[in-house]
Design a protein around this ligand. Sequence first.
Ligand SMILES: CC(C)(COP(=O)(O)OP(=O)(O)OC[C@H]1O[C@@H](n2cnc3c(N)ncnc32)[C@H](O)[C@@H]1OP(=O)(O)O)[C@@H](O)C(=O)NCCC(=O)NCCS
Length: 199
Amino acid sequence: MSRQFRQRVRATLTRVKEGRGGYDLPLEIMIYNEAGKQVGRLRPLGKRYLSKTHAKRLREWRICHGYAFPPSVTPITITSTLRWLNKHVVNNPERCLWYVYPLKGRTPIGHMGLATFDYQKNSCELDNILRGEARQRGLMSMAVRALILWTKHQLRPSKIGLRVMGDNEHAIRFYQQLGFKAVGSKTLSNQLRKMIYAE
Ligand SMILES: CC(C)(COP(=O)(O)OP(=O)(O)OC[C@H]1O[C@@H](n2cnc3c(N)ncnc32)[C@H](O)[C@@H]1OP(=O)(O)O)[C@@H](O)C(=O)NCCC(=O)NCCS
C-alpha cells in the first residue's frame, strides 16, 4: 500500500473542501479552452453546500439522468441526497465533488468528482460526471481535462479510470474523445464498463 499516496489524497481533498488552500493548492480549478482562454471553473463542494437548495438541484439532475447510473434501491429524495452529500462526499476525506461553473455564470451547469482511490494500485476514478444544464456546450470536456490535470499534479496517481454503464453510448464516446480506453472484456449493456485514461 502506498501510505504517502493515501496521506496526500486525504490531506488534499480535506483542504480543498475546507477552503484551506494556499500557493501550492488553489481552491478553484480553472477551466481553459483550446486557445488557452479561461472559460469556467470547478468549485469543490464543502460544508457550505450542505443545504436543501443544493440537495434539490443534485437530486433533480440525478433523477433526470437516472439511466446513467446503477439503479438506486431506495427512492432519491432531498433528504437522502443531503444525507449522501454530507456523509459520502463532504465528510469523506477520500471523495470530492466539484460543481462546474461557466466563467460568468453564478449557477453551476453540472458536476464531477474523484472517488474510489485504490492505495495498492495508486489509482483513482473520475466520479459522478453529469451535465445538468444545457448551457455552454463543450464545457464538460474542458472541465474533465482540467480535473485530470489537477489530479495528476496534486495527487499524482499512477492511473485514472472511471466506470460507465455499457449502454451509455454518448458518455462512452465523450470519454473516448478525452483519451479514455475501455479495458477488460466487453460488458453487458446494463453493466458497468471500466475505462482508463491513456495519455
Ligand atoms: C456525459 C456528459 C457529461 C457529456 O456532456 P456533453 O454536454 O456531451 O459534453 P460537452 O460539454 O463537452 O459538450 C460536447 C458536445 O458539444 C460540442 N461542442 C463542443 N464545443 C462546442 C462549441 N464551442 N460550440 C458548439 N458545440 C460544441 C461537441 O462537439 C459535443 O457534441 P456531440 O455531443 O454532438 O458530440 C453528459 O452527456 C451527461 O451529463 N450525461 C448524463 C450523465 C452521464 O451519462 N454521465 C456519465 C456517467 S459515467
